[in-house]
Ligand binder design. Structure first.
Ligand SMILES: C[S@@+](CC[C@H](N)C(=O)[O-])C[C@H]1O[C@@H](n2cnc3c(N)ncnc32)[C@H](O)[C@@H]1O
Length: 215
């Protein structure tokens, strides 16, 4: 039987729709979940960052400010409407130049150049194949890079989240700590690799508006 909570939180019906985004970027959320405070330990000036499932950019814009003109934030979302929302907001915030848009597919989230930090905030539960998801993210991490996974407590049970952590570890990611994030389960991972990375193609991106590797 379908429950109302399942419908409201898209538990069985795929991705979060664009119209629902007002719940993800508003003053109330900023009060309890300050994006600058959450990203500050992980993102620095000049960094290359991947925001996977960014929605309309609640974390993308603050991360773009933080990396500055020498850095870059790649916003990888499966919905073009979300990416368009990011463009509008980034232009208003004066950080459009620091943001690259990447149009993902359900099973091909990102296959571009490696990054210093990956954020997956309140999105992994929408991904159909977590094993592939985590393998792709691991491949996108520079050896010393970090990956922060956060899932909404209202929507993802503790047991489910433990299952996500186990899937990430199976994909080779190394669990480093369980940071406290309001309203969320949190896990910080390392790449689980040492040494330098020479196996990434130099540039698989296409011309604007969105980048995506063709198969
Ligand atoms: C609930 S929103 C979270 C948005 C943002 N991270 C935040 O915290 O405000 C989830 C986002 O993940 C995106 N998404 C879902 N599945 C995806 C996939 N396979 N690849 C890329 N993005 C995906 C959705 O389109 C949506 O924008």
């Amino acid at each position: 039987m379908i429950k109302w909570a399942d419908i409201i939180f898209f538990r069985k019906h795929g991705v979060c729709p664009r119209w629902f985004c007002f719940t993800f970027d508003n003053g109330l959320r900023r009060l309890v979940q300050n994006p600058d405070r959450i990203i500050r330990p992980y993102v620095g000036e000049g960094d290359k960052v991947l925001d996977v499932g960014p929605g309309i950019g609640y974390f993308t814009i603050p991360m773009a400010r933080r990396v500055g003109s020498g850095g870059r934030v790649i916003a990888a979302d499966i919905q073009e409407s979300m990416l368009r929302g990011i463009v509008r907001r980034a232009e208003r915030a004066g950080v459009r130049g620091q943001i690259e848009l990447y149009l993902s597919r359900p099973d091909e989230i990102y296959s571009g150049e490696p990054v210093d930090f990956i954020l997956s905030f309140w999105m992994a539960h929408e991904v159909p194949r977590l094993d592939r998801f985590f393998r792709q993210l691991r491949a996108a991490l520079k050896p010393a890079a970090r990956f922060l996974l956060a899932e909404p407590k209202l929507h993802v049970s503790r047991t489910q989240f433990d299952g996500e952590i186990a899937a990430a570890q199976k994909a080779g990611l190394a669990l480093l700590e369980r940071p406290a994030i309001s309203l969320s389960h949190g896990a910080l991972f390392g790449s689980g690799r040492v040494g330098t990375s020479g196996r990434f193609p130099a540039d698989q991106r296409e011309a604007s508006p969105f980048t995506r590797k063709e198969h």
